[in-house]
Design a protein around this ligand. Structure first.
Ligand SMILES: NC(=O)c1ccc[n+]([C@@H]2O[C@H](COP(=O)([O-])OP(=O)(O)OC[C@H]3O[C@@H](n4cnc5c(N)ncnc54)[C@H](O)[C@@H]3O)[C@@H](O)[C@H]2O)c1
Ligand SMILES: O=c1ccn([C@@H]2O[C@H](COP(=O)(O)OP(=O)(O)O[C@H]3O[C@H](CO)[C@H](O)[C@H](O)[C@H]3O)[C@@H](O)[C@H]2O)c(=O)[nH]1
Length: 338
């Protein structure tokens, strides 16, 4: 019988834990590999946890062999655009050496399929207002995006040379939370807009700072494409068995294809919480492009993927429900870092 085991690096984190749930619901057996530096043991609910660093090739190889996995979904890494500008050393080390270790371990353990967490940050600042397609130029403007694009290129080279197959999924802004509240979003420190705006609405001592109101957009605020994490999780499951062409590698955007400004997010949070988040205006955050919106038709055609959450308000509502009843995560640790 073919193995149904999947090694999920970073599976104790936000997107990884939601993906483990989707994998288990589809009949796969997720094995989480995570050092818990930013993840939560309480989020590992659908299979075993192997604690280890993503740069440890030997430990990864052993985990793949011990659990007889046939694929790897690689989420583990550092994720903050702003931090990457101030500490590029951390991002090149963890995100690039992490991919190298995963690829070498896959070669040793003879594991054939990789799904990689990539990002809209690979595109940099788009040249115009059109949604971004995979054929648009890749010019990251921060070390986080650089490190992810380097990961994609290393993976594509391994596919060409060593016969692995891989899909890089370029997420736009992961948001929202599992409808049953089994897992959720609990980053420390939290830097993402939606959870911070919710905290500001529910706790007057945690005001939000809005990073800039002078962007070249209709209302002057940054625009992002917020896509529900359960929809992202579903795309990973679909990507595991998609047929790939001769190169063995494909990159696909995952977004709703709709942009929302920071002020539209604040409005949706106000509606969901019944109270407007307190906020002050700050300077632009280093490394923030004005507008990132996906053209997601390739993932829809190639994977048969359709995002179930089409509406920003429903995404924000799910995040508010988690904040009110969360299973893990402590509000006192919430802190914005620019
Ligand atoms: N959140 C987003 O909007 C977004 C958007 C685009 C891409 N991504 C990518 O998706 C992936 C997951 O993001 P997330 O929001 O779930 O982040 P997260 O921080 O919640 O999860 C990352 C997990 O990786 C683990 N990890 C970090 N460094 C590690 C190391 N050295 N060794 C082993 N484990 C390590 C952490 O403990 C954590 O559980 C990341 O690769 C990120 O770059 C996220
Ligand atoms: O306290 C805050 C936090 C964010 N923002 C603004 O809200 C928007 C969204 O910011 P997030 O930090 O929530 O998300 P990013 O767009 O910076 O980054 C996310 O999407 C990227 C891809 O576009 C990366 O992949 C990254 O990992 C992921 O966190 C941005 O315009 C940002 O300037 C604020 O105004 N105040």
């Amino acid at each position: 019988m073919t193995s149904c085991g999947i090694l999920v690096t970073g599976g104790a984190g936000y997107i990884g834990s939601h993906t483990c749930k989707a994998l288990a619901q589809t009949g796969y057996a997720p094995v989480v590999y995570d050092d818990l530096s930013n993840g939560h043991e309480e989020a590992v609910l659908w299979g075993p946890l192997v604690r280890g660093d993503i740069r440890d090739t030997a430990r990864l190889t052993k985990a793949m062999a011990d659990h007889d996995v046939f694929g790897v979904i690689h989420f583990a890494g550092l994720i903050e655009v702003g931090q990457s500008v101030h500490r590029p050393d951390l991002y090149w080390d963890c995100n690039v050496n992490g991919v190298a270790a995963v690829l070498e371990a896959m070669r040793s353990a003879e594991v054939g399929r990789l799904i990689f967490s990539s990002t809209a940050a690979c595109y940099g600042t788009p040249p115009n207002d059109s949604p971004l397609s995979e054929d648009d130029s890749l010019n990251p403007i921060n070390p986080y995006g650089d490190s992810k694009l380097a990961g994609e290129r290393m993976i594509a080279a391994y596919c060409a040379a060593f016969g692995l197959t891989a899909v890089a999924l370029r997420y736009f802004n992961a948001s929202g939370v599992d409808a049953e509240g089994q897992v959720g979003e609990a980053h420390y420190p939290e830097t993402h807009l939606i959870p911070l705006a919710i905290e500001a609405a529910l706790d007057a001592t945690q005001p939000l700072t809005v990073f800039g109101d002078d962007f070249p957009t209709d209302d002057g605020f940054c625009i992002r494409d917020y896509v529900h994490v359960t929809d992202l999780a579903q795309a990973h499951v679909l990507a595991l068995e998609v047929e790939l062409g001769a190169s063995g590698f494909e990159a696909m955007n995952l977004g709703r294809g709709r942009g929302s400004s920071v002020m539209e997010v604040i409005d949706a949070v106000a509606k969901a919480c019944g109270r407007r988040p307190a906020y002050s205006l700050g300077p632009r955050r280093a490394g923030d492009p004005p507008m990132l919106v996906a053209e997601p038709s390739r993932a829809m055609a190639r994977l048969g993927w359709t995002p179930a959450f089409t509406d920003l308000q429903a995404i924000v509502d799910s995040a508010v429900a988690w904040r009110r009843h969360r299973r893990f995560g402590a509000p006192a640790s919430l802190k914005s870092v620019a």
